[in-house]
Design a protein around this ligand. Structure first.
Ligand SMILES: [Zn+2]
Ligand SMILES: [Zn+2]
Length: 442
C-alpha cells in the first residue's frame, strides 16, 4: 500500500521573506509547500496542484486576495481547498469579507511560527471547520504609550518672519507676511522681541489673559522692527506695564522714536492715548534677568545700532539675530572661510556670543546672486549665513527675515539649497524656515 501523500499547502504570498519563513516552518512540520507570488499564480496553482489548504495574503500583485477568494468561491477547484487568509490588513471589514467569501480563518500579521502551525494544524485536525481565528503576535503589555511634548525647557513662537515690509497674497500663505516679532517663554515667564507687524496678533493673544508686565526687546528701530507698535492692543489697555529695551547710541532717544511714529501726521491716536504704563530703556551692562531667563545681547553688522539677543533658560539657549551682514562683501565659497580667517575678525565677539546655542534664529535674506547688488545693505547672503552657522556650532538654525520678494515657492528652493550647502560644509544642523505662527521647544 502506498504511503499517503503529504498534506499539500499552497502559500500565496508576494513577500519573498515572508514566503520563505512560512515554507520553512511548514516544511519542517511535514507539509508539502507550493508557492505563488501573486494572485494570478495562486488561482492557477489552486486549480493545477490540488492543494488541501491555501494560505492567502490579501495585498498581492495582479489579483487582490479578496478577488482570488471570490473566484475560488464562484468556480471552486476540485478538490475544494480550505482557505486561510493571512494579512496585516486585519480590519473588521477585511476579516468579515474574507469569512463571507469562504475563508475558514484569518491570521493577522505579524505572527510567530507557533501561531502559524497551530492554525494550520487546527485546520487539518478539524477538517477545515470550527477553527478560531488567531489574533497574531502578542503585542506586549496593554499599557498605552502616551508620549508627551517636552516643553519645560522653554518655547518660542514667531509672530512675524518677514524683513523690510509686510506682504500678503497667495504666494505668501505658508511663510506669512508679518514683519519681525517673536515671543519666548519659560515656565511662567514671557519675553518679547521686536515690534514689527507681527506684534499686532501677539497683542490680541495677550488680551486673552489678565494685564501683566511685558518686556519688549527691540533689536533696532528700523521700520520693520517697530511698525506694529501703534497696533499693539496691550499698549492701549490699562493695567499693562510695558518696558521697551533697545540698543544704546540710537541717534534719538528711544521714547522719541516710538512717539514719532504716533505723530498726528502718521496716526490718529497718540502716545498719550496709550493707557498702559510705558517705560523706555536703553540696554546697559551685558545681561538682564527676567524671572528665570537671562537675556544678553551683542552688536551685529547692520546700519544704525543693532543687536542680536540671546536667552538662556532652564539650561538651554536661544539666540535671535534677524539683521546681520555676516562676512560683508565676501562672495566666495563658505568652505574657504576657516576658523583662523581674517574675515572673521570683526565678527569674533558675535561668533563667541552665539557659540553652541541650541536654537539660532538668524537671517539669510539674500541669495548669493542678489547679494552681489546689495553689499552693504545690512543683510547676509545665503552661503555666508551657512558659514556663520558652521562657526557657531548652533544645534538648530531657523532662518528668518525673509525678503518680501521671495514667495513660498522661491523660499522652498532656497531652503533646499541651504540644506545642500550645510551638508557640503559637513555641518548639517537641523535647519528650517521660520514662518508666522511657528512654535518650537528647546
Ligand atoms: Zn529688519
Ligand atoms: Zn534693519
Amino acid at each position: 500500500m502506498a504511503a499517503p501523500r503529504p498534506r499539500r499547502i499552497l502559500v500565496a504570498e508576494d513577500s519573498r521573506t515572508m514566503a520563505a519563513f512560512m515554507s520553512r516552518v511548514l516544511e519542517n512540520a511535514g507539509f508539502e509547500i507550493i508557492l505563488a507570488h501573486d494572485g494570478q499564480e495562486c488561482l492557477a496553482k489552486a486549480r493545477t496542484t490540488g492543494p488541501d489548504l491555501v494560505i492567502l495574503d490579501l495585498m498581492m500583485p495582479k489579483i487582490h486576495g479578496l478577488d482570488v477568494l471570490k473566484q475560488l468561491k464562484a468556480d471552486p477547484p476540485d478538490p475544494v481547498p480550505g482557505v486561510m487568509v493571512c494579512s496585516a490588513k486585519d480590519f473588521k471589514t477585511e476579516v468579515e469579507q474574507a469569512r463571507e467569501l469562504g475563508a475558514f480563518s484569518f491570521l493577522s500579521k505579524p505572527f510567530s511560527h507557533h501561531e502559524l502551525l497551530a492554525q494550520v494544524e487546527g485546520f487539518f485536525s478539524a477538517n477545515g471547520s470550527g477553527v478560531a481565528p488567531v489574533q497574531g503576535l502578542d503585542l506586549g503589555p496593554a499599557e498605552v504609550f502616551r508620549p508627551q511634548l517636552r516643553s519645560a525647557h522653554g518655547m518660542y513662537r514667531l509672530w512675524g518672519t518677514r524683513g523690510s515690509i509686510p506682504v500678503s497674497g497667495p504666494g505668501f500663505v505658508r511663510h506669512g507676511g508679518n514683519t519681525s516679532c517673536m515671543e519666548v517663554g519659560h515656565q511662567e515667564d514671557r519675553i518679547f522681541f521686536d515690534a514689527g507687524s507681527g506684534i499686532r496678533d501677539l497683542g490680541l493673544s495677550l488680551l486673552a489673559g489678565p494685564p501683566c508686565h511685558l518686556h519688549l526687546f527691540i533689536t533696532h528701530t528700523h521700520w520693520d522692527h517697530i511698525q506694529g507698535f501703534p497696533f499693539f492692543a496691550p499698549a492701549f489697555t490699562p493695567g499693562f506695564e510695558i518696558t521697551l529695551y533697545a540698543p544704546p547710541n540710537t541717534d534719538k532717544d528711544l521714547e522719541s522714536i516710538f512717539r514719532g511714529q504716533l505723530d498726528r501726521a502718521y496716526f490718529p491716536v497718540q502716545m498719550e492715548d496709550m493707557r498702559a504704563h510705558l517705560e523706555f530703556k536703553h540696554l546697559q551692562g551685558n545681561a538682564l534677568e527676567i524671572g528665570d531667563c537671562r537675556v544678553s545681547w551683542e552688536y551685529t553688522l547692520h546700519p544704525s545700532p543693532t543687536v542680536g539677543y540671546k536667552v538662556e533658560m532652564g539650561g538651554h539657549s536661544l539666540a535671535y539675530v534677524p539683521d546681520n551682514e555676516f562676512l560683508k562683501g565676501y562672495l566666495g565659497p563658505p568652505a574657504e572661510v576657516g576658523r583662523d580667517s581674517q574675515l572673521l575678525g570683526i565678527h569674533a565677539r558675535l561668533i563667541e556670543f552665539l557659540s553652541g546655542v541650541d536654537v539660532l534664529i538668524h537671517e539669510a535674506q539674500y541669495t548669493n546672486e542678489e547679494y552681489l547688488k546689495k553689499i552693504g545693505w545690512g543683510h547676509t547672503s545665503l552661503s555666508n549665513a551657512c558659514a556663520l552657522i558652521r562657526h557657531t556650532g548652533a544645534r538648530k538654525w531657523i532662518v528668518t527675515h525673509h525678503d518680501p520678494i521671495h514667495d513660498d515657492e522661491f523660499l522652498q528652493r532656497k531652503l533646499n539649497l541651504t540644506q545642500q550647502l550645510l551638508s557640503e560644509l559637513g555641518c548639517p544642523p537641523e535647519v528650517e524656515h521660520g514662518h508666522d505662527g511657528l512654535v518650537g521647544y528647546l
